[in-house]
Design a protein around this ligand. Structure first.
Ligand SMILES: NC(=O)c1ccc[n+]([C@@H]2O[C@H](COP(=O)([O-])OP(=O)(O)OC[C@H]3O[C@@H](n4cnc5c(N)ncnc54)[C@H](O)[C@@H]3O)[C@@H](O)[C@H]2O)c1
Ligand SMILES: O=C(O)CC[C@@H](O)C(=O)O
Length: 528
């Protein structure tokens, strides 16, 4: 029977998101406004969590999320998600990077005009019956310089709109290439020059260690007298207390904030300051943007939960929903090769090289490598999976290498794993029969063909007549039924390898008995 997949939508989201989940056979609960305690108490029931900016996906929430596989952010900023904690727990975090960009850029332009013409104050005064025609003298934007701090998706759209308004555009963005600046029609400048030149400053960066407080007291002091500032990006980019003082002194003529250091911002020293305008994080709030991000997040999360496709993930390489089914048998093979090596070699692993050959070389190798690492490290860590395996491998100092051979060898497709240990390099390799059935074909230099499945016993012995009979008898006496027997050997009378699939677990006492059989060098019970 197919497993039930469940998603929780914990913020207010366009109903089209829930409809998509349901259409794709996913059970969905819409519970906006949960307290952190309530979320923590129910999150263990869900495979996916769809959020906007209100839900804080903290470490304690993730620790309680024992079934969670994906967090989908219907929007851009993921600063309300503890990404390292999600990654460590193997939870994919994805966002929808373009769905609300136009809307947010338009909000920045709207706030710029609201500042230029003091629209909120003029509206309040007029509706209060004052008709203060002489109080509200505005400024034109035509011919003025707008300074963009951050010229990514949203900043670039603001640039095009500002150029359409016949403004001059200067942009400070260390990652903006000169070619892109020319294409956009903006002047690429350093921050100090932007601060000195801009009549309007608008912020469009994420909040990072480099951008936090980018409009600090010191930098605000470097701005042109009479500057007007818009922030539709993230709270924390501006020193709010210093901004208040700059507004009070008249150095800054106006400031419009859609985002605050602490949200919801129900109190702020800025509230009531002349020249200050605010909106409650409305940058993305248009029906068009909310439909876009709701549809996109639901499609992306469903693709991941149902097909393994990964789009717009912050903590994992992309994998299209079309690629995912082709990769699935490879990932099963890769994970089992990793498990095989991990169970036999233990924690003494220093390096891992994953080689793909023939048909496998035409595929996206990252998921194959992730599956090998997940299988390998899963033998000594409970919480490892494809998402966190590359990070955990790095944390452990494992040297991970990927090798690709386009040519076919003995098999039309092959995945090989070379594991470096303190005793040297050991190699296991497998192929797909009929492009779908994973099979081990080589183990530590011995050709042995086996399906890695269920409970198995790995035995190394000296090849000698009668050994298989003795082994069968020992297992029979222990009440263990043999399902399949797979054998390989280096040379007649030399080292031989047996991979025996059995029904049920192999107790340590049986491992002890088998180890004492004549000629046996090594016995390892395996689980796949
Ligand atoms: N108010 C809202 O409702 C709302 C809606 C959507 C997005 N946002 C926020 O807007 C911001 C921009 O979003 P985007 O989609 O344009 O992101 P983006 O990633 O496309 O662009 C961000 C740009 O910032 C630049 N940048 C990074 N560090 C910088 C630094 N130290 N100095 C200058 N530039 C730097 C990057 O190079 C990039 O070009 C994000 O913080 C996002 O969360 C807010
Ligand atoms: O969901 C929202 O309303 C805000 C979205 C915005 O902050 C974003 O980063 O996309």
């Amino acid at each position: 029977m197919p497993m039930t997949v469940r998603v929780l939508i914990s913020d207010k989201m366009d109903p089209r998101a829930a409809a998509i989940f349901r259409d794709r056979g996913i059970e969905v609960d819409e519970r906006p406004g949960l307290t952190p305690e309530e979320l923590k108490s129910i999150i263990g029931d869900y495979d996916g969590l769809a959020i906007r900016s209100a839900t804080k996906v903290t470490k304690p929430i993730l620790e309680a999320a024992t079934n969670l596989k994906v967090v989908g952010r219907a929007g851009i900023g993921v600063d309300n998600v503890d990404i390292p904690a999600a990654t460590a727990r193997g939870v994919v975090v994805m966002n929808t990077p373009f769905g609300n960009s136009i809307t947010t850029a338009e909000h920045a332009i709207a706030l710029m005009f609201a500042l230029a013409r003091q629209l909120p104050e003029a509206d309040a005064s007029t509706q209060a019956g004052k008709w203060e025609k002489n109080r509200f003298m505005g400024v034109e934007v035509t011919g003025k310089t707008i300074g963009l701090i951050g010229a990514g998706n949203i900043g670039s759209i603001v640039a095009t709109r500002a150029l359409g308004l016949r403004m001059k555009v200067a942009a400070y963005d260390p990652f903006l290439t000169p070619e892109r600046a020319v294409e956009l029609g903006v002047d690429k400048v350093e921050l100090d020059e932007l601060l000195r030149r801009a009549d309007f400053i608008t912020l469009h960066t994420p909040l990072t260690d480099q951008t936090r407080n980018i409009l600090s007291r010191e930098n605000l002091a470097k701005t042109k007298k009479g500057v007007r500032i818009v922030n539709c990006a993230r709270g924390g980019l501006i020193d709010e207390q210093a901004l208040k003082e700059a507004l009070d002194s008249g150095h800054v003529a106006g400031a419009a904030l859609d985002v605050f250091e602490t949200e919801p911002a129900t109190a702020s020293p800025l509230f009531g300051t002349p020249g200050f305008i605010s909106t409650p994080h409305l940058g993305a709030s248009t029906s068009e943007a909310q439909v876009n991000v709701a549809i996109q997040v639901a499609e992306q999360m469903s693709d991941y939960l149902l097909l393994g496709g990964v789009t717009n993930a912050i903590n994992m390489p992309s994998l299209s929903a079309e690629e995912a089914p082709r990769l699935r048998p490879y990932m099963a093979l890769a994970e089992n090769l990793g498990k095989l090596a991990g169970q036999i070699l233990g924690e003494d692993v220093r390096s891992v090289a994953v080689e793909v050959e023939g048909a496998a070389a035409a595929l996206n190798q990252k998921p194959i490598t992730g599956a090998v690492l997940a299988g390998l490290m899963g033998t000594y860590s409970q919480t490892v999976n494809m998402v966190n395996a590359p990070f955990l491998a790095k944390e452990r100092g494992l040297d991970v290498k990927e090798v690709r051979h386009d040519r076919e060898g003995d098999y039309h497709t092959l995945v090989a794993v070379e594991v470096g240990t303190s005793h040297g390099v050991r190699r296991v390799a497998g192929t797909l029969f009929g492009n779908k059935a994973p099979r081990l074909v080589e183990m530590f230099g011995v050709e042995v063909e086996a399906e890695l499945t269920g409970s198995m016993i790995y035995i190394v012995n000296t090849d000698a007549p009668g050994f298989i009979g003795k082994l069968g008898t020992a297992l029979g006496e222990a009440g263990i039924n043999i399902a399949t027997f797979n054998l390989g050997r280096r040379a007649a009378g030399g080292e031989a390898v047996a991979l025996v699939a059995v029904d049920g677990d192999v107790p340590p006492a049986v491992v002890g008995t088998l180890s004492k059989l004549e000629g046996v060098r090594e016995v390892v019970p395996l689980r796949f």
